[in-house]
Design a protein around this ligand. Structure first.
Ligand code: FPP
Length: 254
């Protein structure tokens, strides 16, 4: 077991009161949490040290999102493609949801957060599934922020899964071909009951979606930062929201 150093980062948000306008807060913010590996490498640490530190950023951003009344926070924690990583890193990443939820579940409950996931749930190891089921059960009546972990998630896989489910329902006579429209397709996605993301944030300087929320991101505002996920903080989160508030969303109109 590698002992990882503890980084005590200054909580800039506590030092500076928020100047964010509390109108036009994005209802659904989704984040591609990228740059953990590079963060660790810069410090001569194993990649998993970056993931571990990234977990503490998750805690901070959940609190920050809840505080400004974001309704849904979707975090890309493990993609369908991430299985290609070295086994030791995959094993570590699979243990993180359990570690996060075991450590912070009381805090999430206290803060009225509801835990959910999107992705191929059955493809996760049983200890990961158990931790998530437990967190979902204990937070199911909470009506504050929905903390939605994208785990074993891929946007194209989600669409394949949706088409298969629709075909099955057609053959079972539960769905008619004529009823298939955009609303219907949205209902067959993992995000079923959630509104589309208003704002998608990606850290670490990469400018792509990497198979994240492909259908749902049709009209999302995209926001990128060079900052690596473990260094991302509440002020940057508020900066992203503030920039979002100044965007003009036209949805193809004028
Ligand atoms: C991408 O960075 C990050 C991931 C694949 C994992 C994200 C996981 C966390 C942020 C930990 C928190 C998770 C939970 C469930 C609480 P990368 O490894 O690709 O970084 P690199 O591009 O610098 O190599």
């Amino acid at each position: 077991m590698i002992k990882l150093p503890f980084f005590n980062r200054k909580r800039r948000i506590d030092l500076q009161p928020s100047t964010l306008k509390l109108e036009n807060i994005p209802g659904h913010v989704a984040i591609i949490m990228d740059g953990n590996g590079r963060w660790a490498k810069k410090r001569g640490l194993p990649r998993i040290a970056g993931h571990k530190e990234g977990m503490t950023t998750v805690r901070r951003i959940v609190k920050a999102a809840n505080r400004i009344d974001v309704k849904v926070l979707t975090l890309y924690a493990f993609s369908k493609e991430n299985w290609k990583r070295p086994q030791a890193e995959v094993d570590f990443l699979m243990k993180l949801p359990k570690e996060f939820l075991t450590t912070y579940l009381p805090e999430l409950i206290e803060e009225n957060v509801k835990v959910q996931t999107i992705g191929d749930f059955e493809g996760l190891p049983s200890f990961t599934k158990e931790a998530i089921r437990e967190a979902m059960e204990q937070t199911k009546h909470n009506d504050g922020l929905i903390l939605n972990f994208a785990l074993n998630y891929g946007g194209r896989y989600e669409l394949v899964h949706a088409v298969q489910s629709m075909m099955k329902d057609i053959s079972d006579k539960k769905l008619q071909m004529e009823d298939i429209d955009e609303t219907c397709i949205s209902r067959y996605l993992y995000t079923e009951k959630l509104a589309d993301p208003d704002l998608i944030i990606r850290t670490s300087g990469e400018h792509r979606l990497s198979n994240f929320l492909l259908w749902q991101s049709a009209y999302s505002e995209l926001w990128f930062t060079e900052v690596l996920w473990p260094d991302f903080d509440e002020l940057l989160f508020e900066q992203a929201v503030s920039d979002f508030q100044n965007r003009k969303r036209r949805y193809g109109g004028i």
